[in-house]
Design a protein around this ligand. Structure first.
Ligand code: AMP
Length: 249
């Protein structure tokens, strides 16, 4: 069974992002970039499927700049077998990324495609769903448990009110939620071994995919700066402030 995992290069989750002075986007100059945390969970799940003897090959794919090879190498060090970079310096919409991933799915014919539920830079939460629509594959989103059983995969989904388990016919798309697993760290020997694993480079053109965007970002703003809090001297003062200043009671 072949598992395809889509990983995105994003600003590291520890970085406090700065907005460009013209409000056109986030300033990426000299900013640490990493694999999207939900994609790390997706890679870990694929590696666990291989360790259980269910998956036989893990292919990781990223759409992004040449530097995204760094994140692909990390995935190879974590246990993926080979990688594909769809090289693009454009600011691609989710639909364009989903179309490119569909071209890779057509080529690779995976049984399961695992994506993160969300990329922490754009917070779109739509690429997996769009890929499912484009491929016609069944989808199990927000997965907190994945069990492959014969020609089906049972996915337990995190919903607002609890958990829902669905059985999907293979091939299927799964998007990883936070509680699916705890990703491992890459060991030094595996980082060294990953340098020798194959990374194939392709372009949108060579895949025959049009990436013209239907969405344009108009403006990006940082959250409003919160004013400092005050310490009240008594419960009576607190009630007075809630009533007359905040007007919430
Ligand atoms: P999003 O819909 O943008 O929130 O992203 C959800 C998931 O789709 C991510 O966690 C990745 O698994 C996948 N994805 C989004 N953008 C890319 C990309 N440029 N390259 C590879 N995978 C991506």
């Amino acid at each position: 069974m072949r598992v395809l995992v889509a990983i995105k290069r994003v600003v590291d989750y520890n970085v406090k992002v700065r907005i460009k002075t013209d409000n056109s986007g986030v300033d990426l100059a000299n900013v640490k970039m990493s694999m999207n945390p939900f994609c790390e969970i997706a890679v870990e799940e694929a590696v666990r499927l291989k360790e259980k003897g269910i998956a036989t090959e893990i292919v990781v794919v990223s759409v992004g700049p040449s530097l995204a090879q760094e994140q692909l190498r990390t995935a190879l060090a974590l246990g993926a077998d080979r990688a594909i970079l769809v090289e693009s310096d454009e600011d691609l919409s989710s639909l364009a990324v989903a179309r490119l991933l569909k071209a890779i799915v057509d080529k690779e014919q995976p049984h399961i495609v695992i994506l993160g539920k969300q990329a922490i830079d754009s917070d779109n939460n739509q690429t997996g769903q769009m890929l499912a629509a484009l491929t016609g594959y069944a989808q199990g989103t927000f997965a907190s448990r994945v069990d492959v059983a014969g020609d089906k995969v049972n996915v337990t989904r995190e919903t607002d009110g609890g958990l829902q388990t669905v059985a999907l016919n293979l091939p299927a798309i799964v998007t990883a939620d936070l509680r699916l697993n705890e990703p491992r760290y890459a060991s030094l020997p595996n980082i060294m071994k990953a340098k020798k694993k194959p990374v194939e480079m392709v372009t949108a053109n060579s895949l025959g995919v049009l990436t013209t965007s239907t969405v344009k970002t108009l403006r990006v703003e940082a959250p409003a700066v919160r004013s400092a809090g005050v310490k009240v001297g008594s419960v009576a003062e607190l009630v007075e402030k809630l009533k007359n200043e905040a007007r919430v009671i």
